[in-house]
Write a protein of this length. Structure first.
Length: 437
């Protein structure tokens, strides 16, 4: 170990030990309106931002403009012959707080089709990357390349009035959402199918066309994409990707660059990359046990062995929820209707029966229930989309709906640059000493 690295390890280990002891004794000490544990614990539970489009309740789960996921399935228009809600309808609801009619949703589908032309420059930038580059890296690179076409950036450079920031942002958001499925499908086909690209079908809705361009033309998969892109769209503003879009957007970066920041956040293993980790873990599980139809006793043994190694069970637990994730439940309901006798789906259901009891028995897990990532991979694998390193891109396409809706609101409301006050550990120790005195 080199001299500087060794010195850093010495200093950081000492401070970490000191702070851990301090928090154990004084963690509830208030610093303004928060306590020390919240300051050092990722600001968990600190109410410090406004997010219009959705709200996450620990007991009730996610609500989009007040509507639960089961309610969305009842009130949002569906494609002809389908039961699943159209994501266009959710975007309309999040943006203007009104449930759209079928005619309004059809108008939005057509509007996005009109805006769906992606510049050749974006494809050229993607093609300059090695085809084995992780899909999330490709997506973030593409978003930054697309920002060259930002209407907000162009108008701001011309002297855009502050009261009109929302207008140019709205145009960027609409263009970006319209083009995202094309870019994502392009990444998928160049990465896994030798660049054999599929042109869009102008007769299809936004999510159905995405499924088509991926190469998944099964009607049930189109239904799954409509559901998937709806339920992953937003999860209030405090989650990492949403907050990152808000933070970057507060600097007046355009919608493309703001979303790129959020996608870099979504790519982290503690956030959106978890959907990739879950299905990989399930494949490892079935390989280790030696069957795709393990018993619940075999699952329990494997889970306990995983925990004994100091590892987590991916897809279980949530920072806010204290119940099974309603997005997990929505996917389970979909599978119960559309998918029969699938081994991996059954493993997911059996894990739902086994994991919460084991985690709950540990006595230190606040939420032993499955989150959205616990089920999504099994559904995608069933329909042939087995390349799990692409799954977070799907998540990102959906998440754009919520965060870009809110970006329009943030610009319309004139929200300022986000700038929380930070302090040093030395300041904290001094504050504690002064408080004791």
């Amino acid at each position: 170990m080199n001299l500087l690295k060794e010195k850093f390890l010495e200093k950081s280990t000492a401070l970490k030990t000191e702070i851990k002891a301090l928090l154990k004794e004084k963690g509830d000490l208030k610093v303004g309106d928060v306590n020390l544990k919240q300051m050092f614990g990722g600001m968990r539970g600190v109410k410090s931002m406004v997010w219009e489009t959705s709200h996450l309740d620990p007991k009730d789960g996610i609500r989009f403009r007040g509507y639960s996921i089961p309610e969305l399935k009842d009130i949002l228009p569906a494609a002809d012959g389908d039961k699943e809600p159209l994501p266009e309808g959710l975007f309309w609801l999040m943006l203007v707080d009104e449930v759209p009619t079928k005619e309004q949703v059809d108008w939005l589908s057509e509007e996005w089709r009109k805006r769906s032309t992606v510049s050749q420059n974006t494809f050229n930038v993607l093609d300059a990357l090695s085809s084995d580059t992780h899909p999330m890296i490709q997506l973030c690179v593409a978003l930054n390349a697309m920002s060259a076409d930002s209407i907000f950036t162009k108008k701001y450079s011309e002297g855009l009035n502050k009261k009109d920031y929302w207008d140019a942002t709205f145009e960027d958001a609409m263009n970006l959402i319209a083009q995202l499925p094309i870019v994502a499908a392009y990444i998928y086909r160049r990465t896994y199918h030798n660049g054999d690209h599929i042109p869009m079908d102008p007769s299809l809705d936004w999510a159905g066309n995405f499924a088509h361009m991926l190469g998944m033309n099964h009607d049930d998969f189109k239904s799954l994409m409509r559901l998937y892109l709806t339920i992953h769209a937003d999860h209030e503003g405090g989650n990492a990707s949403a907050h990152t879009v808000h933070l970057v957007g507060s600097t007046l970066s355009n919608a493309y660059m703001s979303l790129a920041g959020g996608m870099n956040s979504l790519a982290g293993p503690l956030h959106g990359l978890a959907n990739q980790e879950v299905i990989k873990w399930i494949f490892d599980l079935t390989d280790a046990i030696g069957t795709t139809t393990p018993t619940k006793e075999q699952l329990a043994t494997y889970i306990n062995e995983t925990l004994a190694k100091g590892r987590v069970i991916p897809g279980y637990g949530h920072a806010v929820l204290r119940m099974p994730d309603p997005r997990f439940t929505a996917q389970k309901v979909f599978a119960e209707e559309y998918i029969k006798n699938d081994d991996i789906v059954q493993v997911v259901w059996d894990l739902f029966d086994v994991v919460p009891e084991i985690l709950g028995s540990l006595g230190k897990v606040k939420n032993p229930w499955p989150n959205v990532d616990a089920h999504s991979g099994a559904l995608l694998v069933h329909y042939g989309l087995k390349e799990y390193s692409f799954y977070t891109v799907l998540f990102g396409v959906s998440r754009a709906l919520g965060v870009l809706s809110q970006l329009c609101w943030s610009r319309a409301m004139g929200y300022p640059l986000e700038r929380p006050k930070s302090v040093t550990s030395k300041w904290v120790k001094s504050f504690v000493n002064e408080n004791q005195a």
